[in-house]
Every structure is written in C-alpha cells, then in structure tokens.
Ligand binder design. Structure first.
Ligand code: P6P
Length: 337
C-alpha cells in the first residue's frame, strides 16, 4: 500500500543530496509548510468569520490592507521569527526589512515573502497565494544587512508559493526541479501531486490585463496583436486566461504552458517598471519557471540575473513556455530597441 511522498520526506531526500547540509533549509521549508496550513485554515473559513474586508490601513504599496492580508503576514512573520534560522526578513506588507535576532547569533538565511498575494480578490472567493524566496546570508557582521536580502534570483536557496484554491497546494524548488504538493486537510500533510513539473515548450494561452494595452510599449502591443491574429496553422488566436492573482495565473501557466505577462506601462508614473515586485514575486516565480524548463524575462534580460537595489522594487515580467517568451522578446527587440 502506497501512502505517497510527503513534503517533509521530499525536503529530507533533497537535503541528502548535499552532505554538507546542516538541515536548516529543511527546517525552513517545513516551517513554511506549517504556517501555510494555518493560513489555509483561515482562508477556507474567511467567509464565515469576521476576517474578510478591509482593515482601514494602507500598506507600503499604498494598497488597502485586508484583514486576511494582515493575518497571513502575522502568521508567517511569527513562524519565521521563532525558527532561529533567519537573520532578516522582508514582507510585502512591511516597508522596512525586519531583523531576526533574539540575542543568539542570527540565522544563516534570509526570506522575502508576499504573505497573501492577490488579496484584493479574497472577498470574491478568487484563489490567492503566498510567495516566498529564501537566500543564504552573505554578510559577516553581527547583524544582517539589507544586502543579505538584495540578491539575484540566481542565488536563491529555495523558492515557492502556496495556492489557496479549490485545494491548497505548495509548489517549491531548492534547485532540483519544481515540485507540487496538495494539502490533505484530513491528515494535515502536503502530499506530492506533481513530481518535476515540466512546462510545455509552447502553449496557446496568454495571460495579461489587456485593460493596460494603451500604456504598453509598441513591442508588447505588436506581440499581443500577433497572437490574436486568426492563423489556425500556427494555433492562433491564442486563448486569453487572466485571473488577476499572480499565483493562480503562474500555476496555470506552469502546468498548461503559454505566457504570463505584466509589462511595464506608462499608466502610473510612480510605477514605470510595471506592478509586480522583483524580490518576493518575480524572482521566486522565475526560479520555479526556469526549474520547470521555462523562461522568465523582463523583456530583454532573465529575471534571475536582475540585481535588486530596493526590497520593494518592481520589474516588467514575462514568463512561461520558452517559445512563447522568446517570441515576445523578439517583438520587443524589433520594435522597442
Ligand atoms: P492588475 C494582485 O494585486 C497582484 O499583485 C498580482 O497577484 C496580480 O498578478 C496583479 O497584481 C494583478 O494586477 O493590475 O491586473 O489588477
């Protein structure tokens, strides 16, 4: 009789690939799993208790903070603070990084996370998610410094997301492929459902907020027009799928292929590089996508090569099947350069 691969066993097996491993990363990923189960429980019953709606506050992004946003943020920050393996944390819900040191030598890892991405959709019962990115500390001093967070996606030790959808799924990678686990709430375990996800080389779905079309560059607009032309021999026009919740849109793209796009736009002068954040949205998602054989780009360079300079900085983001993203990059090279 087969019980199935649990997340904990998968993490332990991956640790055994590294004889030098201390087990700290294993502890971290299991702590993410535990916090995700608590948030999942609250998201599932959000409509039944007074945890929907707004708190009346605004976050660093100027966005309305929802009660579940704040709840999720408190849970993940508490879970990461008590672990002792982190030296510094960055949350989408906090303007400044948070040092983690309880007097002992602070931990050897950093974490940047979006505790509840897509939360504007919660009251409509649309899927939302948590995104996390784990780096090894690089500074030597007694206390961590922001540069410990401001590392490229290439240097990630682990990354992943939790999707609170029709089921709760945790998708992660430590650099040995991208794997997905579904929470069985009856036993409280994440069980492997997709081993070594491989994104199709080409897909026939595109995912973007076309309401921003007038504000996109000529290269992006040309690509959108191209994939909407009727040419059955090449599978065009593609199907449009956009949930407006990054974790859900990326999850579908990972499994079915195609391209997800959040281009830079001229709509808001305060956001010249688009809406999505590099450190705790685009970098971790790019890591997962590349580990699954896909491509993630800002239109001209790999997302994983981008050097962050601020924890909340934003970037244009195009990710998905290699052939689709390369076509988009060629359109940008031809019309925007
Ligand atoms: P728009 C949610 O607010 C989010 O940060 C991502 O989850 C999502 O991909 C994007 O914004 C949606 O933005 O402008 O299309 O509503």
């Amino acid at each position: 009789m087969q019980i199935g691969m649990t997340l904990a066993k998968h993490i332990y097996d991956t640790q055994r690939l590294h004889p030098e491993a201390t087990g700290a990363l294993t502890l971290i990923l299991n702590q993410v799993s535990m916090a995700a189960k608590i948030v999942s429980r609250e998201v599932r019953k959000a409509g039944l208790v007074d945890i929907l709606g707004l708190t009346g506050q605004k976050n660093v992004q100027g966005e309305d903070v929802r009660k579940l946003d704040e709840f999720a943020n408190e849970i993940f920050m508490a879970a990461f603070s008590q672990l002792g393996n982190f030296c510094i944390m960055a949350s989408e819900e906090r303007e400044e990084p948070v040092l983690v040191s309880d007097g002992r030598k602070s931990g050897d890892y950093t974490i940047a996370f979006d505790p509840l991405d897509g939360s504007s959709n919660i009251d409509a019962n649309v899927s939302v998610g948590t995104i996390f990115a784990v780096h090894r500390r690089v500074s030597e001093g007694d206390e961590a410094v922001p540069e410990d967070l401001l590392q490229t996606g290439r240097a990630l030790a682990a990354a992943g997301y939790v999707l609170y959808g029709s089921s709760t799924m945790l998708v992660m990678s430590t650099g040995h492929g991208t794997h997905a686990f579904t929470l069985d709430p009856s036993v409280g375990e994440f069980l492997e459902c997709h081993h070594q996800i491989t994104i199709p080389k080409r897909g026939k779905t595109y995912s973007c907020n076309e309401g921003n079309y007038p504000y996109w560059s000529e290269g992006v607009r040309h690509y959108i027009a191209y994939i909407k032309e009727a040419d059955p021999a090449s599978g065009r026009p593609y199907s449009s799928r956009y949930i407006g919740s990054m974790v859900a849109d990326i999850h579908r793209t990972l499994l079915y292929g195609g391209i997800f796009m959040y281009p830079a736009d001229t709509k808001d002068p305060k956001k010249p590089s688009g809406k999505l954040r590099l450190l705790y949205e685009c970098s971790p998602m790019a890591f997962l996508i590349e580990q699954a054989g896909g491509v993630a780009s800002n239109g001209t360079a790999p997302i994983l090569d981008l050097q962050p300079t601020q924890i909340h900085e934003r970037t244009a983001f195009f990710a998905g099947s290699p052939e689709n993203v390369r076509e988009l990059e060629r359109s940008i090279a031809q019309y925007d350069m």
